[in-house]
Ligand binder design. Sequence first.
Ligand SMILES: Nc1[nH]c(=O)nc2c1ncn2[C@H]1C[C@H](O)[C@@H](COP(=O)(O)OP(=O)(O)OP(=O)(O)O)O1
Length: 167
Amino acid sequence: MSERLRKILTLVFVREPGKILLGLKKRGFGCGLWNGFGGKVEKNETILQGAKRELVEECGIQADVLERIGLINFEFENDPVIMEVHVFLTFHYIGDPVETEEMKPEWYKDGEIPFNQMWPDDKYWFPYMLQKRKFEAYFLFKGMDTILDYWIKESLNDCCSSVNKII
Ligand SMILES: Nc1[nH]c(=O)nc2c1ncn2[C@H]1C[C@H](O)[C@@H](COP(=O)(O)OP(=O)(O)OP(=O)(O)O)O1
């Protein structure tokens, strides 16, 4: 098997009953799109620690308890990197969302999520996340806009990455 490079990332969704906190990404990967909060896991931290750190850094919210809800692997055509995104949920948090250099936060009602200004994969797996159904998914992209192939299943294993190399 050829060596794949795995990039481990987090994505955190803060919830209130019937509402979800999204952030408009102001720079970097996914700039101009609404999404949860997250980023790359650093070498000296666990995935959970990385998720909590990014949530504070990107919108000033502290969450002591995060529920692991999904795992999504993204591949891009002709790119050896696999992006492994760990998705978390919380209803229990401290602080009010604040705008940062990276993200502009805003609450959305569950029925008014701006999918046309989000990654194209989100509309496939958000229903699982919103209903607290654990899921695993895979998406193969061509560029940033076209999904060539995907699958989603309702389950989530304990194990994390079968890492060849973490970048
Ligand atoms: N197709 C996709 N659908 C989605 O919903 N979220 C995605 C996605 N691809 C990436 N993400 C998420 C994962 C992660 O939370 C975020 C990208 O991470 P980062 O914010 O760290 O990226 P950056 O390149 O801006 O990193 P920094 O330069 O370190 O800030 O986008």
